[in-house]
Design a protein around this ligand. Structure first.
Ligand code: XMP
Length: 600
């Protein structure tokens, strides 16, 4: 079969490259970079992915240098760009400036994979190292102010490489580059989502055999599509659905989800109320990864408990999950990838069951947008297919906990420097005494948010300012705009963990937000809208603060903060100001990278 190989060096977007190439109609596979050279001779083109390591680190993954002489087109992306230079005699060094997120690139040559693109293009970067000397036979074809060899080419050998990511939707010219690459490989285009669905159904039948499936259902699009696929493959009577109410759902969500699932034809549905178990298990837990592990483990012990109560023989059942690809990659689930956060369906106990062949995850290779395509093909209701994504651990990862303030002397100096930088820009910056999760250069970061007070003129300049701030100041990975109050005298931390009153506060705020965006008719303009509660006290007040985190994304691997109309935002702020227990109201103006969508 005609196919293209993607060598996965552990980049957050490696799998996305294969996904994009498949969408262009050519079958593409992810392979380990150490795949023997002989096997790679089967492929008509080879892509070298990004990765979290430095090529100069002797322990970083490498590929066989002989691939550059096979004679097929080669595309190096980010780490793949650097390793191309490194293996072929160029030089890679630490840059002076990190570039995370948006950058504008000037192209000096537009041939080969760069055919048909403009002189200047917006691209998505996430790197610190950069190529500083070209290998022999290569020419530099693109640059930014901070990165003179942003892309290079060896036309004779059909080898192209670039520091930015053509596979993410935030690089608008990326598809042209990938399309040109596919054209250069001369592949026939015979791959589509229908082929994929048939293939998945076939795989489910083979894997399940004469067993049955015990499926964890959350009511979101992923588990619903997984359910529909498994039912289609083996019949609804052989599928048992378990819906665990963790207590971290939205207001009234349990009732709505149960009704929707019944309507979908989930005949064997068991709803388990685990609210108290979750609150007890999370008592005194402050650290995000500790929280995530407890949440994931508890899901599994509840599944075991229910399965025992029902007298199900474990040898006759497989555990089903609606895991999608970002869950795996962000948990560091591929060989060279860094762990960004542990998704609830990827805790260690589940990984062990997967190794034992006891888990079935029919959509584990898909991204959210593909899951939606499959959902529509299977005839699932539009409202369900297009529902905003909601994380498995629910509001538990949107209610931040803290034991004490996290603020060092060095941060004071950093804050002074940040305020020097902001001096003529109309804002004042406060580094908050707490942290949130980010993803920078394919690695997890756990850093401070920067809160800005001041009046913005427009979103575009704020967005540019945020990128400058997170690129230049390494103590922060997130920037917030303060909507209320207009001025701040002090910040402090309330000692807080997950409690029912905090859940209720978040549920109320979340309901106001979700109702308001429906009323203002912007619900469908936004991909996901987390409302986050943070244990921050402003001006010595007893209340906490709320962060609004609306984003747009295609597949959750990259995202832009949503630019809400300022008048609508002012109205939403005044409604949220009435929620008991809330004082400060902030708007998250960070893209992904450098921040993740959720805060932990
Ligand atoms: P981040 O925060 O990593 O999130 O940018 C990417 C997408 O994944 C969702 N998310 C989760 N979904 N279990 C899930 O089912 C999880 O543990 C989990 N953590 C994050 C998040 O809401 C976003 O859509």
């Amino acid at each position: 079969m005609n196919k293209i190989a993607v060598l996965d060096f552990g980049g957050q977007y490696s799998h996305l490259i294969a996904n994009r190439i498949r969408r262009l109609g050519v079958y593409s596979e992810i392979l380990d970079p150490e795949t023997p050279y002989e096997k790679l001779l089967e492929y008509k083109g080879i892509v070298l992915s990004g990765g979290p390591s430095s090529v100069n680190d002797p322990n970083s993954a490498k590929c066989d240098k002989r691939i550059f002489d096979i004679g097929v087109p080669i595309l190096g992306i980010c780490f793949g760009h650097q390793i191309t230079a490194h293996l072929l005699g160029g030089t890679v060094e630490h840059g002076f400036v990190r570039e995370y997120g948006h950058a504008n690139v000037k192209f000096s040559e537009k041939k080969g994979v760069f055919l048909g693109i403009e002189d200047y293009e917006d691209v998505w970067m996430s790197h610190f190292d950069q190529v500083t000397k070209l290998p022999e036979g290569f020419v530099a074809v693109a640059s930014t102010d901070d990165c003179p060899i942003t892309a290079m080419a060896n036309y004779e050998k059909n080898i192209y490489s670039m520091q930015f990511h053509p596979e993410v939707t935030h690089t608008p010219c990326g598809n042209i580059i990938l399309e040109n690459f596919v054209n250069l490989t001369g592949e026939t285009r015979d791959w589509d989502i229908n082929t994929y669905v048939d293939q998945i159904i076939g795989e489910i039948k083979t894997k399940v055999g004469d067993k049955k499936v015990f499926l964890m259902i959350s009511g979101g699009v992923d588990s619903t599509v997984a359910f529909a696929l498994i039912c289609k493959a083996i019949g609804a009577e052989r599928v048992y659905g378990l819906f665990v109410d963790t207590g971290f759902m939205r207001l009234n969500e349990k009732e709505e989800v149960s009704a929707a699932l019944k309507e979908l034809g989930v005949t064997n549905l068991h709803v388990y109320d685990a609210g108290k178990e979750y609150i007890d298990a999370l008592k005194d837990i402050y650290e995000p990864e500790a929280k995530r592990k407890i949440i994931g483990d508890l899901f599994l012990s509840i599944q075991e408990k229910v399965s025992n109560e029902l007298g199900l023989d474990p040898n006759e059942w497989l555990l089903g999950q609606g895991t999608i690809y970002p869950d795996t990659i962000e948990t560091g689930g591929t060989k060279h990838a860094d762990k960004i956060k542990t998704h609830h369906n990827r805790v260690e106990k589940i990984q062990k069951l997967i190794e034992e062949g006891k888990v079935i995850e029919p959509i584990a290779q898909l991204y959210k947008d593909e899951v939606r395509m499959v959902g529509e093909k299977l005839g699932i209701k539009k409202e369900l297919v297009w529902r905003h994504p909601f994380p498995g651990p629910g509001l538990a990862v949107r209610i931040l906990c803290a034991e004490e303030a996290d603020y060092s002397e060095e941060l004071k100096n950093a804050e002074v420097k940040i305020n020097e930088f902001l001096a003529n820009k109309g804002f004042k910056g406060y580094i908050l005494p707490m942290k949130s999760v980010g993803v920078q250069g394919d690695e997890r970061t756990y850093r401070h948010p920067l809160l800005l007070t001041g009046k913005p003129s427009d979103w575009e300049s704020l967005s540019i300012l945020t990128t400058q701030l997170t690129n230049q100041f390494t103590d922060i990975n997130r920037v917030l705009l303060c909507l209320q109050p207009s001025e701040i005298t002090s910040t402090a931390i309330h000692k807080k963990y997950l409690t029912s009153d905090r859940i209720l506060t978040t549920q109320r705020a979340d309901k106001i937000v979700m109702d308001y965006i429906a009323e203002a008719k912007i619900l469908n303009d936004i991909w996901q809208f987390p409302t986050v509660l943070i244990p921050l006290s402003l001006d010595s007040r007893p209340e906490e603060c709320i962060v609004l985190r609306p984003v747009n994304s295609q597949e959750a691997m990259t995202a832009n903060f949503y630019r809400m109309d300022f008048e609508l935002l002012a109205e939403l702020t005044s409604r949220l100001a009435k929620v008991d227990g809330v004082y400060g109201i902030f708007y998250d103006i960070t893209n992904k990278p450098p921040a993740t969508i959720e805060w932990e």
